[in-house]
Design a protein around this ligand. Structure first.
Ligand code: SAM
Ligand code: SF4
Ligand code: SF4
Length: 341
């Protein structure tokens, strides 16, 4: 019976868990200060799922076929004691009897201090977001007073404790940081870090997205290839979102995530759990399914499981494939910082 599949025969394999909707940065493409300013009302403590609640739900999802859990946010390292949650999640076993993968995406600002405890807690994969090396461009993208060096120190600390391979995600926005592509490539080549470039996406409704601001994966690859010739590499597994490329001279590999120009909805096996316990079957969904109420209302695992199976079974989302057909799209979309990217 499991994994449960949706109307497009896609199995449920990945769960993204947002552990906080707060962040210490204001990246213009994610939490623009005009929308997430002083008066923005973040979730209150009682609204957040607790670690026991998250673990109980995660166990249920793993029972339905999920093999990978990714903690995100907001900035997940802002959630007090997140290592404790990782420890609990790392004990779960998937349908093959293997420990589930527990991954984390972070802006890296608190990583230097936490790398050790994250590794000890059982974290298996780490992605750090970094959009520029230049102090000026970094400040412009992140709209924060954080120094780039702090993120680089975090990456170094993660490598030092053996959280390898660390992946670095770079969102490219035209006119802002495309000049950072080659400096980032040069910096991380030969370092063991896998750099991945992401097309700027139209998530949420506050980031003023325009198609003209998207630097396409094709364009990014051409730029890199001219300076450091590349060759394609087979995916690690079916449905891998990033397309892999290796430096011909053996300098390591990079990835590109072409979410806008080469939609991968047909292979999308992800479900998202928001900080306050709502389920989203697509990054671009406009409505979440409230799982917190039945959970807190005392519903048993079997009934909760039935709800999830019903939700996934009727899933037909493929927003990115339909992006250019405005009539087929939701008007109000949920923000990335709320469901965790
Ligand atoms: N705060 C953490 C971080 O920045 O890594 C985790 C949450 S963040 C929402 C997760 C990922 O989403 C980051 O790598 C970020 O660059 C990416 N992201 C946010 N908004 C995006 C957008 N509009 N287009 C593409 N990627 C985006
Ligand atoms: Fe914060 Fe991450 Fe969004 Fe930047 S991308 S504002 S670091 S949640
Ligand atoms: Fe998955 Fe929705 Fe993104 Fe398509 S648009 S890949 S269905 S999250």
């Amino acid at each position: 019976m499991y994994p449960v599949t949706d109307t497009l025969q896609r199995p449920l394999r990945d769960l993204r868990i947002s552990v906080t909707d707060r962040c210490n940065m204001r990246c213009t493409y994610c939490m623009p200060r005009e929308a997430f300013g002083k008066n923005f009302v973040f979730l209150q403590r009682a609204e957040l799922l607790g670690f026991e609640e998250i673990t109980r739900l995660a166990r249920l999802f793993v029972g339905l076929g999920v093999r990978k859990l990714r903690l995100s946010g907001g900035e997940p390292l802002l959630r007090h004691g997140v290592e404790r949650l990782i420890e609990q999640l790392a004990r779960l076993e998937d349908d093959r009897g293997r420990p589930v993968e527990v991954a984390l995406t972070t802006n890296g600002t608190l990583l230097a201090a936490k790398a050790h405890s994250l590794k000890d807690a059982g974290l298996t994969r780490l992605t750090v977001s970094l959009d520029a090396l230049s102090a000026e461009v970094f400040r412009k993208m992140s709209d924060s007073g954080v120094a780039v060096g702090r993120v680089l120190d975090g990456i170094a600390a993660a490598q030092a404790v053996g959280l390898a391979p660390v992946k670095v995600n770079t969102v490219v926005k035209r006119g802002v940081n495309e000049g950072e592509i080659l400096p980032l490539v040069r910096h991380f080549r030969l370092s063991g870090v896998i750099l991945r470039f992401i097309e700027f996406m139209d998530v949420g409704t506050t980031n003023g997205w325009r198609l003209d601001d998207v630097v396409t994966a094709q364009e990014i690859l051409e730029r890199i290839d001219r300076a450091h010739p590349l060759r394609p590499v087979d995916p690690n597994y079916v449905g891998e979102v990033a397309k892999r490329w290796a430096f011909v001279d053996g300098g390591g590999e990079i990835g590109v995530i072409a979410s806008v120009t080469q939609a991968f909805c047909h292979e999308c096996t992800r479900l998202r759990l928001s900080t306050d316990g709502r389920l989203y079957t697509c990054l671009f969904a406009n409505e979440g399914y409230d799982l917190r109420s039945p959970l807190r209302g005392g519903e048993g695992d079997q009934h909760l499981r039935e709800r999830v199976v019903a939700l996934w079974s009727r899933r037909g989302d493929r927003y990115s494939q339909l992006r250019h057909d405005a009539t087929a799209l939701p008007v109000k979309k949920i923000e990335m910082s709320y469901i965790g990217g």
